[in-house]
Every structure is written in structure tokens, then in C-alpha cells.
Design a protein around this ligand. Sequence first.
Ligand code: DQA
Length: 155
Amino acid sequence: MRTRDVWVLHGPNLNLLGRREPKIYGRDTLAKIDARLVALGADLGLRVASFQSNHEGALIDRLQIAAEEADGVVFNPGAFTHTSLALADTLRAVTIPVVEVHLSNLYARDHARQTNLTASAVTGVVMGFGPQSYELALRALHARLAGGRKRGGGK
Ligand code: DQA
């Protein structure tokens, strides 16, 4: 099977991982998480590239480009998860598989985080496993790509 391209997109404030609310998000830096994903990707036959932005429009641009250039996306929209109809629209427009990921379990947190605008627009969601959520999401995406299906859940 040819090497697939997976883009890992990180939303706002995730560049601060390691020193940002470590009790919730852990102590791993984003660089460390990304390095682990590249290594896991190599084992799985995936070429992994990461991108972080604090800006909604930049994430929308990346998702639109990913639809042309990548085979699948792992995406942590950060707080835009709870607010961005624009990102949800982009995710609906993009037909490659997208796995949404969160370090924390949104449903065990404050009420505002239980509103999720993006989850219904993606292939699936992994949350609550700390930095390991990303690795589980990459494995899930790999399985989806190997299975040849684009989207599940009736999409
Ligand atoms: C997060 C959860 C969001 O509510 C929060 O705004 C983040 C991180 C997570 O990975 O747990 O920035 O997406």
C-alpha cells in the first residue's frame, strides 16, 4: 500500500502544552506529541505532518488544502470546538476522513465544553486519554484509510 499523507492540525493554545494547565492537559509539549505521531505514522506507513494555529481562518485554510493534498486529518480544534460554525462547515465540506481529538474528556468538564459544534461533522472523536488521545486517533484514522471508506456515521 502506498504511503498515505496525514495532517495533524492543532488549534488555539495547544502550542502552550507542557505548561498550560498541566493537571488537565499533562506535561508533554506539542513538539513531543508531534514527534511521537511522526514515529507512530512511520510504523503504520503514514507520512505525518503537523500544523498549529491560534487562528480560525488559518485552520479553515489548512483543512481546505488538506482536502486536496492529504489522505486524512487528525484535528484538535481546541476551544473552537465549542464556538466555530465556520470550522464545522469546513469539516462538512471536506470529504477525506477527519478524526477529532481532545486531550481532556469534554463531557467531564464545565458545561460550556459540552457544546460541541464540530463532532457531528467528522468521522469520529477520541477524547479523554491525555496526549495518548492523538495516538489513538492516528490509529483509528489508519484503520479507516486501510478499510478504504471515506466517512462513517451515515455520511
Ligand atoms: C481541548 C479541550 C477544549 O475545550 C479546550 O479549549 C482546549 C483543549 C482538549 O484537547 O482537551 O484548548 O480541545
